[in-house]
Design a protein around this ligand. Structure first.
Ligand code: SME
Length: 162
């Protein structure tokens, strides 16, 4: 059993502790799927107001569903499609306050109102994207973007299946 000391008092402490916990989980484990599964579990347990948290893996043919928590989701997303496909194609974080206003948004769960998608890049090559969905409009802010971007940077080497 893993026990983590996560300070959920404010976002700064939350992301600091989440990052530490994620690194502790993945550092000695070479299996990418196991590492994505544990990071998805951490995000799901400690980030409030989410209805989906997980990974899409970057394959030559497009994004393919990876380890996640939440409702069953669309399995394959072409590059350039939806929020995830846009993040994957542009390698730019997508912080979307209102997914219904995003052209081409793919509704896996009708409850989703806002979304944060962070590309995981290793040596300039896309490995996966982290996808967080929330039923709360405007759930994600600059601190979430910064926290998840740092997380993506740190775990990239540990979730690279290539
Ligand atoms: N809404 C995403 C699809 C993935 S699900 O949210 C899990 C999108 O538009 O890319």
């Amino acid at each position: 059993m893993f026990a983590f000391d996560i300070d959920t008092g404010d976002k700064r402490s939350l992301y600091r502790d989440l990052l530490q916990a994620a690194e502790a989980l993945v550092v000695d484990e070479p299996d990418a799927i196991a590492n994505m599964a544990n990071v998805a579990a951490l995000l799901w347990e400690y980030l409030p107001a989410l209805n989906w948290a997980g990974f899409y893996r970057a394959k030559p043919e497009g994004l393919v569903l990876g380890p996640f928590q939440g409702k069953a989701a669309c399995i394959r997303i072409p590059y350039g499609k939806g929020v995830c496909g846009t993040a994957a194609q542009t390698l730019a974080v997508q912080c979307i306050a209102d997914v219904h206003a995003f052209p081409g948004h793919i509704a896996c769960d009708a409850a989703s109102a806002s979304e944060l998608v962070v590309p995981v890049v290793r040596h300039g090559r896309l490995v996966a994207v982290i996808d967080l969905d929330s039923p709360t409009p405007g759930r994600f802010d600059a601190e979430d973007v910064a926290g998840c971007s740092l997380l993506a940077e740190r775990i990239a080497v540990h979730i690279d299946e290539g």
